[in-house]
Design a protein around this ligand. Structure first.
Ligand code: GDP
Ligand code: MG
Length: 153
């Protein structure tokens, strides 16, 4: 069963520095997803440690937090049919070398510690991440004029 979902997508500091904000947004827009929140942020170490708290025991954790803290991040919420799973498909595999061409990581990245973008891995985590990164009112509810041309009903 497909359902309308929201997912948290973030363009990591390497994606921002490499001028990839527009092409990444285009992939989600062109697919038919609706942007409901966007901001450029440098949220700091404590926030990034919280975002990746499930990975805190991994040996790459300190490097991951340093990487994420190295520049601005473009934080977004995208909405639409099966947005969480489809968002992950658009991103590609965690390891860019294992990502298919046509995915963001498969087209723009080579190593895990510079893999350009983040996408929520479950509906539950998407909700947690959206609540961590956005305040109430920053996520905008709106009806897209394209809706009837993207969905059957
Ligand atoms: P994701 O959901 O595909 O982003 O992957 P994970 O949630 O497992 O890991 C979060 C992020 O940590 C990844 O996007 C990578 O940037 C980084 N990462 C994960 N695994 C490794 C690893 O084995 N080595 C390094 N250097 N970074 C990793
Ligand atoms: Mg993850």
């Amino acid at each position: 069963m497909s359902s309308t979902e929201q997912t948290f997508i973030a363009i990591k500091p390497d994606g921002v520095q490499r001028g990839l904000i527009a092409p990444i947004i285009a992939r989600f827009e062109n697919r038919g997803f609706k942007l409901t929140a966007i901001k450029l942020v440098t949220p700091g170490k404590a926030h990034l440690e919280k975002h990746y708290e499930d990975l805190k025991d991994k040996k790459f954790f300190p490097d991951l937090v340093e990487y994420m803290n190295s520049g601005p991040i473009c934080a977004m919420v995208w909405e639409g049919m099966d947005a969480v799973k489809t968002g992950r498909t658009i991103l590609g595999a965690t390891n860019p070398l294992a990502s298919a061409p046509g995915t963001i990581r498969g087209d723009y990245a080579l190593v895990m510690g510079r893999n350009i973008c983040h996408g929520s891995d479950s509906v539950e985590n998407a909700q947690k991440e959206i609540a961590l990164w956005f305040k109430e009112g920053e996520v905008v509810s709106w009806k897209s004029a394209q809706q009837a041309w993207i969905y059957e009903n």
